[in-house]
Structures are given as C-alpha cells and as structure tokens.
Design a protein around this ligand. Sequence first.
Ligand SMILES: *Cc1c(COP(=O)(O)O)cnc(C)c1O
Length: 372
Amino acid sequence: MTSFPAPAETVIDLGAIRHNVALLAGRAPGAETMAVVKGDGYGHGALPVARAAVAAGASWLGACSLAEALVLREAGITARLFSWLNAPGVDFEPGIAADIDLGVSSPAELARVAAAAGRAGRRARVHLKIDTGLSRNGCPPSGWPVLVKAAAAEPDVEVVAIWSHLACADEPGHPSIDAQAERFRSAYEIALDAGLNPLRHLANSAATLTRPDLHFDLVRTGIAMYGLNPVPQREDLRPAMTFRSMVVLTKRIAAGESVSYGHTWTADRDTTLALVPAGYADGVPRGLSGRMSVWLGGRRRPVAGRICMDQFVVDCGDDEPEIGAEVVLFGAGADGGPTAREWADGMGTIDYEIVTGMYRPRVRRRYLGEDG
Ligand SMILES: *Cc1c(COP(=O)(O)O)cnc(C)c1O
C-alpha cells in the first residue's frame, strides 16, 4: 500500500505516560496501580499506553468492555486486566478463559458470569461493585447483602475485590466524597461478615492525587496518566498528546478581504494567511472558529474565520511561514502553546473529551519513546 504523509497527526509521548504512571504510583505507595485504557486509551492508543504503563509500574489495566480487555490480552499483555461494563448479551466465557477480572453489579449478572465460568471450566475472578452514590452502575446498598451472599456461595466465582467509583473527586472537599467513602466502608463490613476477604478499590486519578486515605489496595488512574490534571492543585504531570499539522499554502491578502465560509472574518490590514489541512473531520472543533489559536513559528497565531471539514486558515500578519512548517493545535503547552484544556474550556467540556475524540481515521498516530 502506498503511504502518504498525513495532513495531521497526534504524537503520543510514551515517555510522558511512563513519567505520569511512576508519579501516580509514587503517590499511592501502599496500593497497586491500575492504568485505565478505556476509550482506546483516552484517544492515545490502548495497547502502546498499556505497555508503557506496565513498564512504569502499573500491575493492573482497566478496560471498560470485555472486548477492549480481550484485545490487550490477545496482544500479549500479561498484567491483570479488569472489565467493568458489559451489555446483557455479552458472553463472559472468553473473558474468563483469558483470565480477565469482571466487575459485577447485580445478582443477575453474577449468575451469567457463574454460568460462563462453568462452561469455561475455571472460576471467574469477580469484583463486586457497590453504588455508593454515583448512581450509575453498581449495586445499590439495599441490594448489597443479597449480592454479597450470592457471590460468597457461588463455587464458580472468586470474589477478588469490592469497588466503587466517586462522583466529585475532582472537587476536593466536596461532601459527597466522604459520604461515598462511608458507604464503601459499610459495604466492606458486610462483605467481611459474609466470609469474604476482598481487595478494595475506589480512587480515580483525582482521589489518587488528593485522598491518600481512599487509596485502599488499588488505585484506578486514567486522565492523570495521560498528563492531564483533574484537580486544582499543581502537579508535575506531562501531557502525552500533541496534535499537529503543517502549513500547506501561504498567500498575501489585502485589507478588506474576507476569509472562509460565511466571511465571518475580514482582514483589517494587508496580511499573510497560512492554510492548515485539518478540520472538523480531524477533530478540530468548528465551535472554536474565531476563538482559537495555534502555535506556528515560535508564537501563537489566531485562526481566521470558520474551521471547515478539512482545513482552516491562520492569520500570520507580516510573517511568512515556510510551506511544511509545523502547526501545533494543542500539546503540552510548555512554552505557551495551546492545550487540550484550553479547547475544552472553549467548548464547555472537559479535556477528557478532547483527547478521547482524537481517534480519527484521517489523523495518523505516531509514538515517541517506544523503547524507553
Ligand atoms: C474512567 C474510570 C476511571 C479513571 O478515571 P480518571 O478520572 O480518568 O482517573 C476509574 N474508574 C472507573 C470505573 C472509570 O470508569
């Protein structure tokens, strides 16, 4: 197959992933670290991120669906794998055969896992989920004693852990955090009373960074591992993703000329425009038209006019960038360049959505630091 230069690419710095995993593991010295690689590694590529995370000290990997977890196992990942959200039609048998730990939220799901374990001829490793107040998946406290007893009595199931997930850990001091922790502790007592001796895990990135009392046996870190900071305090995290493109054409226009669809931008002076071949099909939000800038030639420069499906235009004033010059759309922001957080703020969302949305067929992914 012929390979063409990509008009836009995400560059994933695996050295940054390793740095961040080591930092997070160091913050939770009494717990093991699970690297969460759902959503194709938050848009960074689940498999390369998984390998980097394991090299940096993560002993667990978290994938949402069994399909995501199986891909990692089949690629040769030997670390513990955890899958916690599966549709009712999913066959657990291949997951159990592949030694993947399963989150279970209800007696009905437990029965399906146990039946699959019988077919697989091996006990299923199960993590019972208590809903401590996020009100998403997990077993409500009212049903917990029944679920725990059923699991304890099920010979085809080994209860490895109990776990839950926090609603507001990114707002340190939010009263729901302690309330959820309290329910989690009660759920643990009930599990002990039923004769179980499970591990416990509750903390996401934000709680890993701010609540050492909630680390328990295992922390599940996602966003911070990718270098994006979910808490207000400063942390030495390195953003792993840079989204870059290039200048493909420059031209001089006269004052009074307008740019792109709808002519929403008009030059107030003679100026040089640079054309960048990336648009909303590549993850550049059209909603940031007229409100974003890029890093080009050692400084910030504003986008002129609307972002289109395949391209946008940068106002370069009297500078004349080279054809092929690098254009950074977002990255680590170290020297003042744009960041995923800045895009998220502009779009009324969170940086999780920006980076996760960068898995695009037309955007090439390239990795740095693969053999660090
Ligand atoms: C996504 C997710 C995490 C990781 O959360 P971050 O805020 O990205 O650290 C942990 N646990 C569960 C259950 C999740 O769904």
